[in-house]
Write a protein that binds this ligand. Structure first.
Ligand SMILES: [Zn+2]
Length: 374
């Protein structure tokens, strides 16, 4: 199906929805997007698997990334798209083919933007991190993602959402001594000992720090507990799994250190950690973007792909914005900042980037949580 990039963003959203693109099966949609963009003489277009990167090359001093994923969750009897009382329904209409429609319209129409623009369309966002197309692009062709500022057009309810929080999982071990339950006084029950871990969690005061003008809200919670050997055994180990959602003023290392401090006295094993991204709304491109969009920005509390930009090259900003293409369909965006790898980029502020780069965790070694983390 040929995409008509001169159609309204709402009509274009409906066309995109009608090309099924469940994660792993984005080929036909990627083909259609690539073909449409190759018809735009002012763009250079490259493809990596089912990801497409289209760029203006105007030699502007600044470069902005507009990024969006083209895959959806599995179809649930909601294709083809339908209009009902002015609202568009269909798999991926909100998350995030409406955002992709905005990207495509801008790519086709704005032939001489004030800043150079890189339009990134990527696959496999809705599934595990290992398959994520943005992650693959960042490995295969990192220079193609370099920019001063990045916006993800994810749905956010019409509000700019800045940066994102990091996420860490750790196992806290309560230890005891194994014994036969008929002679329990000979042992020490690790499950009973775990109440100490739970008491720490119950009394924990989560921070609500302000970072670059946005209020983040942390959380430290038990998300699992396991223990027990048999129905007649005093258990010698009980493991409480905790999840720490931390504001982007803390690096992954600092988050791990904090959890170890909170649970001093217990054995702590950090199994998975992914750093967040600062909003960097003081960045010039971010500030002018905010001024143009209006409204009051807020902090992004979940982990998002914004952190991939922050982690790899961007040192100052990462935000989320949402700007509906029409009253009929919704989209959203996230934004990030300056790229050190970009040929004409100025160096970012010292000290910020290392924190992002160090987001790789011992669990996955990539600093990227799996889909359910978001
Ligand atoms: Zn999405």
């Amino acid at each position: 199906m040929k995409l008509d990039l001169s159609a309204s963003a709402a009509d274009l959203t409906a066309r995109l929805v009608d090309i099924e693109s469940v994660s792993g099966s984005e080929g036909p949609l990627a083909d259609a997007i690539e073909a449409a963009l190759r018809d735009c003489g002012h763009l250079s277009v490259a493809r990596d698997g089912n990801a497409i990167v289209a760029r203006t090359e105007l030699g502007r001093p600044e470069r902005v990334v507009l990024a969006g994923h083209i895959d959806t969750v599995p179809v649930a009897g909601n294709l083809p798209s339908s209009l009902d009382r002015g609202l568009l329904y269909g798999c991926g209409a909100s998350d995030m083919k409406s955002g992709v429609a905005v990207q495509l319209r801008l790519a086709a129409e704005v032939t001489a933007p004030a800043a150079d623009v890189t339009y990134v369309f990527y696959d496999c966002e809705e599934v595990e991190s290992e398959r994520n197309g943005l992650r693959r692009l960042s490995r295969n062709d990192p220079a193609s993602l370099a920019a001063d500022f990045a916006i993800l057009l994810e749905p956010t309810g019409g509000v700019v959402e800045g940066g994102c929080q990091g996420t860490l999982r750790a196992e806290i071990r309560a230890e005891g001594e194994r014994a036969h339950s008929a002679r329990a006084w000979l042992g020490r029950n690790a499950i009973h000992e775990a109440v100490g871990v739970l008491n720490v969690l119950r009394s924990y005061q989560a921070r609500e720090p302000e970072v670059d003008g946005l209020r983040y809200r942390e959380g430290l919670n038990a998300v699992g507990i396991s223990g027990g050997v048999a129905g007649n055994v005093i258990p010698d180990e009980c493991v409480v799994t905790v999840n720490y959602r931390f504001a982007p003023d803390r690096s992954a290392e600092q988050a791990a250190e904090h959890v170890r401090e909170v649970f001093a006295g217990w054995r702590v094993t950090v199994t998975d950690v992914a750093g967040g991204a600062r909003p960097g709304l003081g960045n010039q491109a971010a500030a002018s973007f905010l001024a143009a969009i209006g409204g009051t920005p807020r902090a992004k509390l979940g982990w998002t792909d914004v952190a991939r930009f922050a982690r790899c090259w961007l040192t100052r900003a990462a935000s989320m914005l949402r700007s509906p293409p029409s009253p009929n369909a919704r989209s959203g965006c996230g934004a990030g900042s300056r790229a050190e790898g970009h040929a004409d980029a100025k160096p970012g502020p010292a000290g910020t980037c290392p924190a992002m780069l160090s987001a790789a965790g011992p669990g996955r070694g990539e600093g990227c949580p799996s889909a359910y983390d978001r």
